[in-house]
Ligand binder design. Structure first.
Ligand code: ZN
Length: 233
């Protein structure tokens, strides 16, 4: 990328001030007649572009600096060059913005697909019935059967224990009964089907190693948390 389109180089500045000095000298010296014939348009266009191959000692340059006709043509060519440069800069900026936009959109889409695996992945549906789980009191070993879930993206529908209040529930898979080591977590409002209250969420358990975990339900209104033993296969 050449950014010299946008700003004149130091050499260009030097050329411009040299041209201005020559012009001033001409005015102070009272010179009104330029030396030699007017150079052709190609030369003036080159001069307006400050082509490197034009030496400042070239008599045509001295002529152009002293000749009002050549000067006004030079100014027109300069203006043309500048607007062409501006257009190029604008096109470059638009292309750059488009490329950056496309990259940002791609990254955003990639990130969304990572967050929403259901968009392009098979989802396994699993039902978990905790209807009688609420009736168990104390730590009675073996009294509560483990829930089994696969290490996949699971749409798990949980029938909550009897007397569970309606409302928003957070469902999580954790590594212990204190809510540490959250493997996956989602929230959803519970739905009432007859006397059952159930909540359905999608959990991404693909990263979980097979083993023992806990399925946690948290009623978001009163923050009541319940943990149920869970096996991931
Ligand atoms: Zn001239």
């Amino acid at each position: 990328m050449r950014l010299r389109w946008c700003w004149p180089s130091r050499a260009e500045d030097r050329f411009e001030s040299w041209l201005a000095r020559r012009h001033e000298e001409r005015v102070f010296a009272g010179e009104s007649t330029p030396v030699g014939p007017c150079p052709d348009e190609a030369f003036l266009r080159d001069l307006a572009r400050r082509a490197k191959r034009i030496a400042l000692s070239d008599p045509r340059v001295a002529h152009a600096a002293n000749c009002p006709t050549c000067m006004s043509r030079l100014l027109v060519f300069r203006q043309e060059n500048r607007s062409r440069q501006r257009r190029r800069t604008l096109v470059t900026a638009v292309v750059l913005c488009t490329v950056i936009g496309a990259v940002v959109i791609t990254i955003a889409r990639y990130g969304m697909h990572r967050q929403l695996p259901s968009a392009n992945l098979a989802v396994v549906s699993e039902a978990v019935n905790l209807w009688d789980a609420g009736t168990i009191r104390g730590n009675q070993p073996g009294s509560l059967q483990s829930v089994f879930l696969p290490a996949a993206v699971v749409r798990v529908t949980i029938i909550l224990p009897r007397f569970s209040p309606p409302g928003e529930y957070a469902v999580a898979v954790t590594q212990d009964q204190n809510g540490n080591g959250v493997v996956a977590q989602r929230s959803a409002p519970a739905t009432i089907n007859g006397d059952h209250v159930s909540v359905s969420v999608e959990l991404d358990l693909r990263a979980a190693k097979a083993g023992a975990y806990f399925l946690a339900t948290v009623h978001e209104q009163d923050q009541a948390s319940y943990y149920y033993p869970l096996q991931i296969k």
